[in-house]
Design a protein. Structure first.
Lengths: 226, 226
């Protein structure tokens, strides 16, 4: 007996099949695949669901079944871009959160006409008087804050995890709710150590990879100086 | 009519309920929750499934139902730690891949007696003669390569995405297959630009956050020098 779960065996078979089909090809129906593999429909469905989640198959709307997802370029997005270069496409919203006036700035990250990520930033309104009225949406948020409010940002230590798309985010990014997304969040401080901006970014991991940078380490020097 | 899917409404209610219950409390059965919320069992199940995926509920083994997951500390793991400081706990395996002798080194990242990540590194055996016999498992891989084979590593540009746990990885990390994980991968080059090490790390995002570093940006200087 094999220790590999049957749905994973099915997934492996489906991946082989996928590799041979051009983009957009309707995929054989669940029932047919189940017969072909000699497996239950439940097993085949689980494997198909994973391939949809991974962006390798798409569900065809208005009818049963799936199709081979277009093999798109995986966009490489740098951490620095997320932090410094994202200009908002959506409206600047001033919301009241927990009794404090908070400005919420939402930006969509678009590549090839497709939204691949969304960034939501929160600022204290009292610190940035007139922000909602004066913000120039063509200018990335941090540059605007630096230039208009003379904020000097310190080093940043973002953290990265996974998150399931909420219905709202799913709508913005064109994915199904509960699709796993890559989440990057940070709290930005100014040089005096005062918190300025709380942001997080949700990225479609089937469309984008986050690139980072680790400076070279000289192990030999490290050891000899220890 | 609300635009929020019913399962998400159920999830919000379940999160409220969760917040009031201590760790390990058996959660009300699906049927009871469905009655309480006036929703179908399918809807409630979908919400419960997401909470299990997110590590907020656990499935009780050997019986139906779920329980409140222990609220564990989220371990903060730095990118530098993943790259430089991980010593393997598992065996060093020499495998032949694609006609080339490749050494595979697998390391488990353990925090608080629990595996929270796994790193798999691939080296060309020809470049590191005698590696499998001489490798000291108490020493992080890159330091060993630097000291024993005089490798000098250049800057690194890892990329980050999400991945669904394969059955094997799920077994190593104690999660269900297809659990979304955080994936970090890199190709390491030496200072002459020769590829040395191909690695990837899979992290349990319900247990660990990856921390990174973005050096401070002086926007004012940037603009004036442009």
């Amino acid at each position: 007996m094999s220790a590999i779960p049957r749905y994973f065996q099915a997934k492996t078979k489906l991946l082989d099949l996928l590799a041979e089909l051009p983009d957009g090809t309707p995929f054989p129906p669940e029932r047919e695949l189940a017969e072909l593999f000699g497996m239950s429909r439940t097993t085949v469905r689980k494997a198909l669901d994973e391939l949809v989640l991974e962006g390798k198959l798409i569900r065809r709307t208005g009818r049963q079944g799936t199709a081979v997802a277009p093999r798109r370029q995986l966009h490489r997005v740098s951490l620095d871009t997320l932090v410094n270069d994202l200009a908002p496409r959506e409206s600047v919203v001033v919301r009241t959160v927990g009794g404090q006036d908070v400005v919420n700035v939402e930006a969509l990250l678009v590549r090839g006409d497709e939204p691949i990520g969304v960034r939501s930033a929160y600022l204290r309104a009292a610190r940035f008087p007139g922000f909602a009225e004066s913000y120039d949406r063509g200018v990335p948020l941090r540059r605007f804050l630096a230039e208009q409010y003379r904020v000097r940002f310190g080093d940043l230590h973002p953290w990265c995890t996974t998150a399931l798309a909420t219905p709202r985010v799913a709508g913005l990014l064109g994915v199904r709710p509960a699709t796993p997304l890559l989440s990057v969040a940070w709290m930005a401080y100014d040089l005096r150590g005062v918190p300025v901006e709380r942001s997080w970014v949700l990225l479609r991991s089937d469309r984008a990879q986050l690139t980072m940078h680790v400076p070279r380490t000289d192990h030999a020097v490290r050891r000899s100086s220890a």
